[in-house]
Design a protein around this ligand. Sequence first.
Ligand SMILES: C[S@@+](CC[C@H](N)C(=O)[O-])C[C@H]1O[C@@H](n2cnc3c(N)ncnc32)[C@H](O)[C@@H]1O
Length: 218
Amino acid sequence: MKRTVRLGTLCGEIRPCEVFAHVGCDHGHCSQSDLENGLCKRCYISDISRASLQKAEKLLSAYIESGTVQSFCCAGLEKVPRDADEVLIAGMGGEEMIAILREGYLPERLVLQPMKNTPKVRAFLLENGYAIVRDYLFYDGKFYDVVCAERRGDVRKYDERALQFGYDNLHSPSQDFLMYLRTEAEKCRARLAGGGAAAVRERLQLLTEVADEAQRNI
Ligand SMILES: C[S@@+](CC[C@H](N)C(=O)[O-])C[C@H]1O[C@@H](n2cnc3c(N)ncnc32)[C@H](O)[C@@H]1O
């Protein structure tokens, strides 16, 4: 498998299941890792781009020949059979992920790595009967969020800050999260030095409060 911290982190969040689906699979490395580690019996891969899907089909050709993997060139979950019990969607915007789930179906377990609008993704999951069981940020050249949700998971109470920053970041903060807060605060200070608006000052205040809260929870 192609080794990056990001892919390693995502693959590490996949739980054993019957049928795993990777929407927007592109290279197919996560499905390969899942299959090699015996985490699923069957696997669906899909991508809206034929060229991207072909990369995954090439990598997984032996599994496709044996019928273990089925591939679908489609938008989101459009052609992906509904018996996938765990679905990974990573590397696209949060609003696009929400649209994919709305227009497709809501599987038993989700692993999501939105590139933006993560608070909207959290709110969507909670409004649609999911428990968010893992929700944290990690660093791999830039900061990434990962949100894992289960339909029958243990419910954790989300307040406004957890929606905005991620539950695990607040309750069991990592060094990566603390670095994220410092980085964001630096950006605010630079904007303020350039004559930034009241909204920037408010954001800096919020980041300072969250950093204090995170420090207390270490
Ligand atoms: C940045 S790549 C990420 C690939 C892989 N998921 C990862 O995280 O390494 C995004 C992939 O999602 C595909 N994609 C974007 N929007 C999509 C959609 N609505 N439905 C299916 N695939 C989509 C793109 O074609 C591309 O291959």
